[in-house]
Design a protein around this ligand. Structure first.
Ligand code: SF4
Length: 309
């Protein structure tokens, strides 16, 4: 937002670009663009991004975040859009030294070079600390009016936001699930077992408790009404859904066609995580069309600790 404001103050028209994958969405960018009154282009990057969650050439950050390769991909995509749509140059809000892995000098240089658009990639907030780019050299942008911010602190950025009348802006963290330790752990477990993951797999990782059944199938157990609804909405026709009768309880989903043994396991999980007291005889409905009812004694949650991912 600040980088855009800095350029606009020089009379330059700017357009935002935001990328969407199952791991991050456009919501924060939409709010920021709306606050600035700036046009925003939204691009679904999922297909090009997915190879990076397996073997990113430059490795992962602290969790399952391939930040360097992600930056390169995004700049390359934005550059291709720039070239096709007649824009003149690219800019980002990156600040030298703000992120230890992805915004040190070497990383900024590497992203510029590997993206193929280094010449026209301007970082207005740190520009005075970086080599001049084509937009500066050709006078499209006045380098003197760009900034020299570096480091992890955000004081200067916050002061500038006040100066520019930017009163609402997103917090610096929390926008990408690949930096979430719980999501990352689940994703790693999934990738270790599956040669290919689907969008449904990735969406399901966001919700509920996840169990790996002894047969290798997965069961996802909703923890709240919202999670139950989200899990049910992600059901594919072949998936199995279990619900307990006569007690409040979770929606349990087993993706893919489940056999009788798996249905029994899912029913046991459904009962264990319901409000039915342990040892209570209960009925669990597994499957929607055939109304399959399973009668069992509600087991203790502890019985399933080993399956928990
Ligand atoms: S945090 Fe996520 S969105 Fe941001 S650069 Fe890293 S992988 Fe990409």
């Amino acid at each position: 937002m600040l980088a855009a404001a800095v350029l606009r103050r020089q009379g330059i028209d700017v357009t935002g670009v935001t990328f969407i994958t199952p791991f991050f969405g456009a919501e924060r960018a939409r709010q920021s663009a709306a606050h600035l009154g700036m046009p925003l282009l939204e691009v679904d990057l999922t297909e090009k991004f997915l190879p990076l969650i397996y073997r990113p050439p430059r490795g992962f950050g602290r969790y399952h975040n391939p930040c360097l390769d992600c930056h390169i991909l995004m700049i390359r995509e934005a550059g291709d859009m720039m070239a096709k749509s007649g824009f003149d140059f690219l800019f980002t809000g990156e600040v030298l030294g703000q992120r230890p892995m992805s915004q040190h000098r070497g990383a900024l240089n590497s992203v510029a070079k590997e993206s193929g658009y280094g010449e026209v990639l301007l970082r207005p907030l740190s520009a005075k600390l970086l080599p001049p780019t084509k937009p500066e050299l050709l006078g499209w942008v006045d380098r003197e009016r760009l900034l020299d911010i570096s480091g992890r602190g955000r004081k200067r950025q916050m002061a500038l936001a006040r100066e520019y009348g930017i009163t609402e802006y997103p917090s610096p963290a929390g926008g990408c699930l690949l930096t979430d330790p719980r999501y990352s752990a689940r994703l790693k477990e999934l990738l270790a077992r599956s040669a290919e993951v689907s969008r449904q797999d990735l969406e399901l990782l966001k919700w509920g408790r996840h169990f790996r059944l002894p047969t290798g199938k997965k069961a996802i157990v909703g923890r709240t009404h919202k999670e139950n609804e989200a899990i049910a909405s992600l059901k594919h026709p072949a998936d199995l859904i279990c619900k307990i009768k006569n007690f409040p309880g979770p929606t349990v989903l087993v993706p893919g066609s489940a056999g009788g043994e798996e249905a029994a396991m899912a029913a046991a999980l459904t009962a264990a995580y319901s409000d039915a007291p342990e040892g209570q005889p209960v009925t669990v409905k597994c499957g929607e069309n055939e109304e399959k009812l399973l009668h069992l004694i509600a087991p203790a949650k502890d019985n399933f600790k080993e399956w928990l991912i």
